[in-house]
Design a protein around this ligand. Sequence first.
Ligand code: HEC
Length: 221
Amino acid sequence: MRKMLIIYLSFIFFSGPTFSAGSMDLDEYLEGMNVKTSDVRSLQRGAKNFFNNCSGCHTLQYMRYNQIAEDLGITEDQLMQNLIFTESSPQDLVMNNMLSEDGNRWFGKAPPDLTLVTRRKSPEYVYGFLNSFYEDNGSPTGVNNHVQEASSMPHVLWDIEERFSDQEYSQFLNDTVGFLVYAGEPIIEKRKSMGVWVIGFLLIFLILSYALYKDIWREVK
Ligand code: HEC
């Protein structure tokens, strides 16, 4: 029992400092964050952003192109023109041509698959990460990142961030992160609308049982 207590107490005393060491205040980099996975237009823009700016390095290895198209109301033509830049066909998984050895060699670390990144980390982490690159001449990529210290990812959104107003850049990030949240849980919207049906059903059930209850007791009285 005492041993347990000591372990427990040491958690309280030591977990705080170990967690905070080297971590940052993510909140500082979340200005303008407003991810809306229920907004299909936003997800469509996010898909476009992803395929234009990220898919050269990052894969979505659990997603198929045609599933994305179907879920986001994108036609096959739009799919071929705007989203597929490799020789892939619509039913293929979203992979790219980078071999992980090359990724390791080029960046020091192969770009990770992003299908589950918003779940493995969090939507906030990804938004903050894309929102906190800063110039650093000491780094091989010329930039560094507040959220991921010494990240080997170059600031690929550099010119977009330069050209866009703060508001436009936030929108760009919200769309992109929203798309990644969707990719991590493609049924998210279906699940939400399912919830509405279930609650509707329960309400009707409640009304019916109340009516029945009234009816039965009228006979008893
Ligand atoms: C030129 C290649 C390249 C491009 C393009 C690129 N990335 Fe990366 N990205 C990387 C590399 C390399 C890493 C690994 C960084 C590290 O761990 O040091 C990374 C890491 C990440 C991470 C962190 C993942 C984790 O588990 O911590 C996220 C999130 C991410 N990228 C998102 C994006 C998004 C979104 C885009 C498009 C807007 C993008 N990346 C475009 C190379 C790239």
